[in-house]
Design a protein around this ligand. Structure first.
Ligand SMILES: NC(=O)c1ccc[n+]([C@@H]2O[C@H](COP(=O)([O-])OP(=O)(O)OC[C@H]3O[C@@H](n4cnc5c(N)ncnc54)[C@H](OP(=O)(O)O)[C@@H]3O)[C@@H](O)[C@H]2O)c1
Length: 275
């Protein structure tokens, strides 16, 4: 199925590692023009180099097969999504590079923050809300004036704890629940302009953060993933693959999902107790 993403401009926060990086690969393969941001400049450069090489290989393959060349284009911007100034500079760089129309925004940057509520302090809550909620609100506000209408698509990457918070899941589960409400409110406000907003709720998926955990515990990533799936009791019996995340989000960004908005899709191998 052609996702009709060729030439579309998509912003991905936290695109230098893990799920965001896998999504950028998928978008490049579809011929989209991709702008990614992250804080660590070296890792961002590494991702941009990989993505540009991938885009060139795809362009050569299209030329060999006599197909139209993909529009393509990859832009990396060092930005901390908790900084309003960095977010504004990110959007400005995208518009300068790819032009005034933005088709997709994926609010993905984040990290796990889970403690018992009694053990948290105000700094924990401030940091988590800045990273996971305010960043998405601010970037959405900056992108909206440029967003294709109709046709724009926003995807907020959340976690299944948003629907079924467990003990010791704060402040993350609470920030993620706010992200779900944000998604629904946006879908109602932006629907009349033909802009869609959806959330993807992650269970356990292979990514850079887990590779770092495996390293710290002296385990192989495969052993860690097997242990995680079995401890959590994932019905499909394994953690997800980053490419499965990339496929799901690419679909939600694409015109093929043109009647899908206001949803919070569990991507968790059946783990969440709630539909
Ligand atoms: N993988 C899972 O099992 C899982 C489960 C539940 C939820 N999630 C959510 O899915 C999203 C992606 O997670 P992941 O597993 O792919 O994590 P990851 O492998 O650690 O990658 C995180 C990415 O976000 C960037 N990032 C982190 N903080 C940032 C900031 N303040 N500003 C800009 N970029 C920032 C990182 O780059 P820098 O560090 O260089 O900034 C990196 O590119 C996160 O929101 C995470 O909470 C993942």
């Amino acid at each position: 199925m052609d996702l009709e993403l060729n030439g579309k401009v998509v912003l991905v926060t936290g695109g230098s590692d893990g799920l965001g990086r896998a999504l950028c690969r998928s978008l490049v393969d579809e011929g989209a023009r991709v702008a990614l941001c992250a804080r660590d400049g070296d890792r961002l450069d590494d991702a941009v180099t990989e993505l540009r090489t991938r885009a060139e290989a795809r362009a050569e393959a299209c030329a060999r097969d006599g197909q139209h060349p993909p529009a393509g284009g990859v832009l990396g911007v060092v930005a901390d999504v908790t900084s309003p100034r960095d977010l504004a500079a990110f959007v400005e760089a995208v518009v300068d590079t790819f032009g005034p129309r933005i088709d997709g925004l994926v609010n993905n940057a984040g990290r796990s923050a889970a403690k018992r509520i009694a053990d948290t302090d105000d700094l924990d809550w401030d940091a988590d809300l800045q990273l996971k909620l305010y960043a998405a609100v601010r970037l959405t506000r900056l992108v909206l004036p440029h967003m294709a209408r109709p046709g724009g698509s926003i995807v907020n990457v959340l976690a299944i704890a948003a629907k079924s918070p467990g003990a010791g899941s704060g402040p993350s589960s609470v920030s993620r629940a706010a992200g779900m409400a944000l998604t629904k409110a946006l879908s109602k406000e932006l629907g009349p302009d033909g802009i869609r907003a959806n959330a993807v709720l992650i269970g356990l998926i292979e990514s850079g953060q887990w590779e770092r955990v495996a390293g710290a515990r002296g385990m192989t990533t495969d052993d860690l993933y097997r242990r995680m799936a079995s401890d959590a009791g994932v019905p499909l019996g394994r953690v997800g693959r980053a490419a499965e995340f990339a496929d799901t989000v690419s679909y939600l960004l694409s015109p093929r999902a043109s009647y899908v908005t206001g949803t919070a899709l569990n991507l968790d191998g059946g783990l969440c107790a709630v539909v």
